[in-house]
Design a protein around this ligand. Structure first.
Ligand code: B1M
Length: 232
């Protein structure tokens, strides 16, 4: 071991989080996994570890990717490190014993392979008591329709991270309308380039800024749906 090697467990919480941002940036999966484990052992909630150490670190990666400082191979390594941390947090986020709230089918739209945000939404929804079927990435209208038919969910969630793929959400919603199925589902959309106005314009029930908002929105709209059914 060299003298200047950093011992993660000897850092204070603040130092550790900053170090994890660096390690995520450098795509160091093992260090990220170790860091997450240390934070959990120190009593951090899984949600805080996720948002303050991992998501905040990925935001720095995103800015440098945008500015041409990082390139796809480095970002892939960072994403891999992030996934290592998320894999540790997933069972902790899910093991809340929350009552069953409803069912969601979620997937990233056609042409888009970004899945970290979608995975996070799926994890948080499961943690809040929703049953989640994850369709993965690059989903065509047909893939969404097949899953809706097979799983009969309450909620359809779509994710898009590219300005070139976000219009595909409208293609899916328009197809649901054409088939007379639109009102059968709560449609939630999310992803970094979207906003509320876009969500409204394409006919979604709501745009969700992040995973926590997705959970709150899903709960609110599910409660509204149940009230409508019992009032009918
Ligand atoms: Co991509 N990429 N990428 N990338 N990538 C972005 C999106 C970009 C903004 C980077 C940049 O330039 N700053 C840019 C898009 C620009 C634009 O469209 N205007 C971009 C580009 C250009 C590209 C490529 C075209 C690059 C290239 O090949 N030249 C290419 C496209 C490939 C494709 O999809 N066809 C590409 C590839 C990749 C990697 C493969 C290297 C990797 C993806 C790895 C993976 O996902 N497995 C990658 C990454 C990691 C990013 C950034 C850096 C980080 C995305 C991320 O994971 N964020 C991203 C920059 C950025 O977003 N700032 C970027 C962390 C995640 C937790 O946040 O995904 O926003 P996010 O999810 C949030 C919310 O948005 C929301 O909740 C989540 C959690 O809070 N949310 C939902 C998301 N989905 C939701 C669904 C819901 C509800 C809420 O449903 C109900």
């Amino acid at each position: 071991m060299s003298d200047d090697e950093i011992i993660l467990s000897e850092l204070s919480d603040d130092e550790l989080v900053l170090q994890m941002h660096d390690d995520l940036y450098d795509g160091l999966r093992e260090e990220i996994e170790e860091g997450v484990n240390i934070l959990i052992t120190r009593g951090w909630t899984p949600y805080d570890a996720l948002t303050k150490a991992l998501v905040a670190g990925m935001t720095i990666v995103g800015a440098d990717f945008r500015d041409g400082i990082l390139f796809v191979p480095e970002v892939l390594l960072a994403a891999n490190a992030m996934k290592g941390g998320m894999a540790i947090l997933k069972p902790l986020l899910i093991a809340t014993g929350a009552p069953r709230m409803g069912k969601m089918v979620i997937g990233t739209v056609k042409g888009d392979i970004h899945d970290i945000g979608k995975n996070l939404v799926g994890m948080m929804m499961e943690g809040a008591g929703f049953e989640v079927r994850d369709l993965g990435i690059n989903n065509s209208v047909d893939a969404y329709l097949a899953a809706l038919e097979a799983d009969q969910p309450d909620i359809l969630g779509m994710s898009a991270l590219l300005t070139t793929t976000m219009p595909y959400m409208k293609v899916v919603i328009d197809t649901l309308k054409e088939k007379g199925m639109r009102e059968d589902y709560i449609v939630l959309v999310g992803g970094a380039p979207l906003n509320e106005e876009f969500g409204r314009a394409i006919g979604a029930d709501a745009y969700c800024r992040d995973a926590a908002v997705a959970v709150e929105t899903a709960k609110t709209l599910m409660a509204r749906k149940h009230n409508q059914v019992s009032a009918a």
